[in-house]
Design a protein. Structure first.
Length: 306
């Protein structure tokens, strides 16, 4: 599989996250709480993941690998918890901007752990993405923001944990099948969510039955697919490009808001979407050029001497 194939797989993983906000809003509109929606998402997502594992040929996984993957699922679960906490005191536009800080945090992580200093083109892509996120989130068109230190703290923590999850997706359990890896990561996230949001609703059958349709949708697009797609693509492209590609979340969220929720999305927001797509292209082109250079050098090194 070529590098751009892996990049596209990670891009799709980011798109999956963009679908979530629409279904979350629909669940809230039908009277379900943060605890029920978040818990339902991770519960049904984990059940789906393990159901898929049971339907496929399974390779053995060591206890050490299992523990590492369960621990790697902690930032996965915490991202949802922190992000939903930030939404309690911040408007959605500002909360998603804070979450979007994972773009440069991911590049910083790659610099620290992989010793890959970001190039000028990479920094340009990040700048374009951040400008696009401000425009697409509607902060400017909505005429200002409402800031609280608690919400800001939760939002930034969500950005850090999401960056950590992206990094761990590409570096932990690389020899484990993506489907099994996704299931174990989901389980780690589920444990964290249940510790923070005790699943009292599990004994309330009418509530559990009511939240099930939303839990299935949110679980599939928010718990099953992203870890699976990231497990396939991240080891081949690295967290730097990975974080750039996952910004596909916001354009999808804006588009879903307009198409499904019939929300008024202004010209400025669509310009922001275009900025984000341009930032993704710039970052991906930089990575593609770097890959071509590496391949060229390798071919020269193995060519027969005259």
């Amino acid at each position: 599989m070529k590098t751009w194939h892996y990049a596209f797989i990670v891009f799709l993983g980011g798109c999956c996250y963009g679908i979530l906000s629409t279904f979350v809003k629909l669940a809230y509109a039908n009277g379900f709480s943060v605890t029920e929606v978040t818990g339902g998402q991770y519960l049904f997502g984990s059940l789906i993941s393990w159901g898929l594992v049971l339907l496929t040929k399974r390779k053995k996984i060591s206890r050490n690998q299992t523990i590492k993957l369960l621990l790697s699922g902690i930032p996965f679960g915490l991202t949802g918890v922190f992000y939903y906490q930030s939404l309690q005191t911040l408007n959605a536009s500002l909360a998603i901007i804070l979450l979007f800080q994972f773009v440069w945090i991911g590049t910083l992580i790659e610099w620290i752990f992989y010793k890959k200093k970001p190039s000028k083109v990479n920094l340009l892509a990040i700048m374009i993405l951040l400008i696009g996120s401000i425009l697409a989130a509607g902060i400017i068109s909505n005429g200002g923001i409402s800031l609280s230190w608690q919400g800001t703290m939760w939002g930034l923590l969500a950005a850090v944990t999401f960056s950590a999850f992206i990094f761990l997706s590409g570096s932990v359990g690389t020899n484990v099948s993506p489907l099994l890896k996704s299931a174990v990561l989901s389980t780690g996230g589920l444990i964290v969510v249940f510790l923070v949001f005790p699943p009292i609703y599990l004994v309330d059958f009418p509530v559990l039955l009511g939240v099930a349709p939303y839990g299935l949708l949110l679980g599939f697009f928010g718990v099953v697919l992203p870890p699976l797609l990231f497990s396939i693509g991240m080891p081949h492209i690295g967290p730097g490009l990975g974080t750039i590609l996952t910004t596909s979340e916001l354009p999808v969220a804006v588009s879903m808001s307009a198409l499904v929720l019939k929300e008024d999305v202004g010209v400025v927001q669509w310009i922001g979407v275009i900025f984000i797509l341009c930032g993704i292209i710039v970052g991906n082109v930089r990575h593609s050029n770097a890959t071509k250079k590496i391949v060229h050098v390798e071919k020269k090194s193995v060519s027969p001497s005259s």
